[in-house]
Design a binder for this molecule. Structure first.
Ligand code: VGL
Ligand code: ZN
Length: 207
C-alpha cells in the first residue's frame, strides 16, 4: 500500500491567468504537476465546486464588492468573483492536466453557506470532504500538496493535513498564489511551516 499521496489542489480553468479568479503562472504548473504525478502511486485532486448562489461570491450580496469581508455562519468571509460554478467550463480541470493519473477527486465549497478552502474540511471545520478518511484507508501517512492557490486552498489544505497528523509537504515550485495583498504568499509559507509543514521542490520528492 502506498504510504504517501500527492494532493493536486484546484487546477481548474477559473484559477488560470485568463480565468475568473486568476492566479499568475497557473498554466506553468501543468507540466510540473504532470511530471510530479508520475512519482506517486496515489494521486488525489480537489475541485472547487460552487453552486451559482454561493455566499462567497460578491455578486450574491447586495452592496458588496470583491475583496470585501462579510460574516458568513459566524466566520469572516472574503468575497470573491463568481468562480468554479458547478457544471461550467471554469470549474473543469485544465485540459492538459493528466487527469488519468488522478485516482480520486474531492469536491469542496458545494454548500451555499460555507466556503471550503481546505480539501479536508469546510472553513468552519463542520464537515469533512472525505479526503482524510480516504487517505487513511489507503494507508497514507505523508501528503505532498501542489496546485493553487498557495495563499488560500493550498495553505488551508496543508494546515488541515498537519492538524490531522499527516506528515505534510508543500511542493512549493508546483504552487502559485493569488496574492490579493502583497506578501500574502510569503506569509502563507511562514504559516504552513509554523504549523509543521515541510517545504520541498518538485525535483526532490523522490519515488
Ligand atoms: C480558492 C479562493 C476561493 C483557491 C478557491 O482555490 O485557492 N481561492 N476559492
Ligand atoms: Zn472558491
Amino acid at each position: 500500500m502506498p504510504n504517501r499521496a500527492l494532493i493536486v489542489v484546484d487546477m481548474q480553468y477559473d484559477f488560470m491567468p485568463d480565468g475568473a479568479l486568476p492566479v499568475e503562472g497557473g498554466y506553468e504548473l501543468v507540466s510540473t504537476i504532470n511530471e510530479l504525478m508520475t512519482h506517486f502511486d496515489l494521486v488525489v485532486a480537489t475541485q472547487d465546486w460552487h453552486p451559482a448562489e454561493h455566499r462567497s461570491f460578491a455578486s450574491n450580496h447586495e452592496d458588496q464588492e470583491v475583496g470585501d469581508v462579510v460574516e458568513l455562519e459566524g466566520l469572516d468571509q472574503l468575497l470573491w468573483p463568481d468562480h468554479c460554478v458547478q457544471g461550467t467550463r471554469g470549474a473543469e480541470f485544465v485540459d492538459k492536466l493528466d487527469i488519468e493519473r488522478i485516482d480520486q477527486v474531492f469536491q469542496k465549497g458545494v454548500d451555499t453557506h460555507y466556503d471550503s478552502y481546505s480539501g479536508f474540511y469546510d472553513n468552519g471545520h463542520k464537515r469533512a470532504t472525505g479526503l482524510g478518511t480516504f487517505l487513511r484507508e489507503q494507508g497514507v501517512e505523508r501528503v505532498y500538496v501542489a496546485g493553487v492557490a498557495t495563499d488560500y486552498c493550498v495553505k488551508y489544505t496543508v494546515l488541515d493535513g498537519c492538524r490531522d497528523d499527516f506528515t505534510t509537504y508543500v511542493v512549493l515550485d508546483a504552487c502559485r498564489g493569488v496574492a490579493m495583498y502583497p506578501g500574502d504568499i510569503e506569509e502563507a509559507v511562514v504559516e504552513m511551516v509554523e504549523a509543521g509543514a515541510e517545504i520541498c521542490g518538485a525535483r526532490n520528492v523522490g519515488d
